[in-house]
Design a protein around this ligand. Structure first.
Ligand code: ATP
Length: 284
């Protein structure tokens, strides 16, 4: 038996860090949504009690460090499944980019194995399993658009952004999420983006307000460490994107674009100095 599962990338429309908790995690407030840039998972049942991960991407771990492996092991152990699975990851989402590629693969593994092994686990329970794997996994289990609080695992579904194009550009630099969060000083953040104002813009279906209210407090940290991310933002604005922001801890920058006629110009303009550029639809 073989099955396919799509694992889309997420972007943050807003991201605020409230404070550091006693357990070391940061208390955050984020609004996340999915875009139509996705990895594709092929899940094949194995008669043996084993988990095999393969991928065409040569630069991700294929052992127990892979989040899809961890998701498969968790569901196997928790539901006492004796058969095994081969998961092939057709990676399209750039790695370590702030787009939650690994988290989305883990979430897609939970959904896919739930179907493959006919476990009938309710979505809420899949999200709870996901929280054991990583803060972004519960959101990736259901997708859509959501307000995420706590360390990112407490979710309230909200309205999707109005349909638009999303141009994503990832500069060729590595950003460590842990380092970026480690450098955030929540008490010295001058302007906090507002989750409620972004939520209002989404509920009202106002594309312009969504663009105007984008905000990510991690930009201050990553842009200082990597000025090329700032340059990329400026280029995207100059080329005519309606709203521009860094996703997660970066380094990917995304631009929201309403008019299809602008998309090719922005895409081609960015390709001039950045190899990894994607133009996709928002997912709603
Ligand atoms: P986030 O937005 O949640 O911080 P990210 O987009 O920055 O995620 P990922 O693409 O998930 O980062 O990859 C981060 C690291 O996780 C990689 O360096 C890689 O070694 C490891 N990893 C584990 N499993 C996967 C996977 N299935 N796909 C990609 N990377 C994975």
């Amino acid at each position: 038996m073989k099955m396919y599962e799509k694992a889309p990338a997420k972007i943050n429309l807003m991201l605020d860090v409230l404070h550091k908790r006693a357990d070391g995690f940061h208390e955050v407030e984020m609004i996340m949504t999915m875009v139509d840039l996705a990895d594709r998972l092929e899940l094949s049942e194995l008669p043996r009690d084993t988990i095999i991960i393969s991928s065409q991407a040569g630069y991700i771990p294929l052992d127990e460090k892979n989040l899809a492996f961890q998701a498969a092991r968790l569901i196997k152990d928790r539901y006492n499944v004796k058969s095994g699975v081969h998961i092939h990851l057709d990676k399209r989402i750039p790695v370590a980019a702030g787009l939650a590629g690994g988290s989305s693969d883990a979430a897609a593994t939970l959904r896919g194995l739930n179907r493959l092994w006919r476990l009938h686990i309710p979505l809420q329970e899949l999200q709870e399993l996901g929280a054991e794997l990583g803060s972004d996994v519960p959101f990736c289990v259901t997708g859509g658009t959501a307000l995420a609080t706590g360390r990112g695992e407490k979710l309230t579904p909200i309205a999707n952004p109005p349909q638009c194009w999303v141009v994503l550009a990832k500069p060729p630099i590595n950003v460590s999420t842990a380092e970026v969060y480690g450098r955030v000083r929540s008490q010295s953040i001058a302007v906090h983006p507002s989750a409620s104002r972004m939520q209002e813009a989404l509920e009202a279906g106002s594309f312009q307000d969504v663009c105007d209210r984008l905000g990510n407090v991690l930009e201050d940290v990553t842009l200082k460490l990597h000025p090329e991310v700032q340059q990329l933002k400026e280029a995207m604005i100059k080329l005519g994107a309606d709203g521009v922001l860094m996703s997660g801890s970066g380094p990917t920058v995304f631009g929201l674009v309403s008019r299809p006629s602008k998309v090719a110009r922005i895409y081609n303009g960015l390709r001039g100095f950045c190899k990894e550029v994607y133009a996709v639809r928002s997912l709603s």
